[in-house]
Write a protein that binds this ligand. Structure first.
Ligand code: SF4
Length: 230
C-alpha cells in the first residue's frame, strides 16, 4: 500500500540503517547529529556538487539537487545529480520504457542517478542501496525502468557503475521497511561496539562502550546527570 505524505522517510536513512540501525535511530528517531570530520568532508564534497547548475552537454542533460519521491517505498530526498542521457527510442528492445520526455527539450531522455561519496568504495552495500532508492523514486516519478546509475568516490576520484538488479532492489526494499518499522516503534536499538563504530559520525553521542545494550543515549545522559547530582 502506498505511504501517505506524512510517513515519508529520508532516503539517507537507508544508508544509516544499513551501516547501523542504532545510528539510524539516533538520527531519525532521536535526532542526534554530529559534525565530525567525516561528515564535514562529506559536506564539502556535496557543497561542490550543489553549486553545479542544470545544463545540457551535447546529449546529456544534468539536473542537480533534484527532489525525489516514492509513495511505494515511502521515501523522499534530494539527488546529488541525475544525468538524463539522450535516447533515440523511448522503449528498449525488451519493450521496457527506459526514457522520458523533459520540459522544453525534444526527444527522449534516460534518467541515470549519480551520487557523490567521500572516501572509497566500502565493504557494505549502503551506498548502492541509497543509489538504488533514488532510482526507484525516479522510476515512479517518470514511469520508466532504470537499469543502472553511478557512485562517484572522492578519494581516489573514481566513478563506479551500479546495476539495479533484483538482489539490490530487494535489499533496498528491506532497508526501507526496516527504517519505517524503526520510526513506527520509536525505540532505539542498543549499542553494540564493533570496528565500524570508529568510523561512525555519532560515536560521541552513542558512546557504545559506555551505554551498552538496550539503552538510549537520552537515558544514558539522564542517568549520568543524576549520578553527578547525587
Ligand atoms: S557508535 Fe557504533 S553502535 Fe553507536 S551508532 Fe555508531 S556504529 Fe552504531
Amino acid at each position: 500500500m502506498p505511504y501517505p505524505d506524512d510517513e515519508q522517510i529520508m532516503i539517507s536513512a537507508l544508508q544509516h540503517y544499513v551501516f547501523c540501525p542504532r545510528q539510524c535511530a539516533l538520527i531519525h528517531v532521536e535526532q542526534a547529529w554530529s559534525e565530525n570530520y567525516l561528515t564535514a568532508t562529506g559536506s564539502l564534497l556535496h557543497n561542490r556538487v550543489d553549486r553545479v547548475e542544470q545544463e545540457t552537454r551535447r546529449d546529456v542533460h544534468l539536473a542537480t539537487s533534484l527532489r525525489l519521491l516514492s509513495h511505494e517505498l515511502g521515501l523522499t530526498g534530494i539527488a546529488d545529480m541525475v544525468e538524463y542521457h539522450g535516447e533515440s527510442q523511448e522503449f528498449d528492445h525488451e519493450g521496457l520504457r527506459i526514457a522520458t520526455s523533459l520540459p522544453s527539450r525534444k526527444g527522449f531522455w534516460r534518467p541515470f542517478p549519480v551520487e557523490y561519496k567521500r572516501g572509497k568504495p566500502k565493504d557494505h552495500r549502503a551506498d548502492e542501496i541509497q543509489l538504488c532508492a533514488q532510482a526507484i523514486c525516479l522510476e515512479e516519478m517518470h514511469g520508466v525502468t532504470i537499469k543502472s546509475g553511478a557512485l562517484f568516490y572522492g578519494a581516489p576520484r573514481r566513478r563506479t557503475d551500479v546495476f539495479f538488479d533484483e538482489e539490490l532492489r530487494r535489499l533496498t526494499r528491506e532497508a526501507a521497511d526496516g527504517v519505517h518499522q524503526l520510526v513506527r516503534d520509536g525505540v532505539t536499538p542498543g549499542a553494540v561496539y564493533t570496528k565500524a563504530c570508529e568510523a561512525c559520525s555519532l560515536i560521541d553521542e552513542c558512546r557504545p562502550k559506555q551505554v551498552g545494550s538496550g539503552h538510549s543515549t537520552k537515558a544514558w545522559i539522564e542517568k549520568t546527570i543524576k549520578e553527578s547530582l547525587a
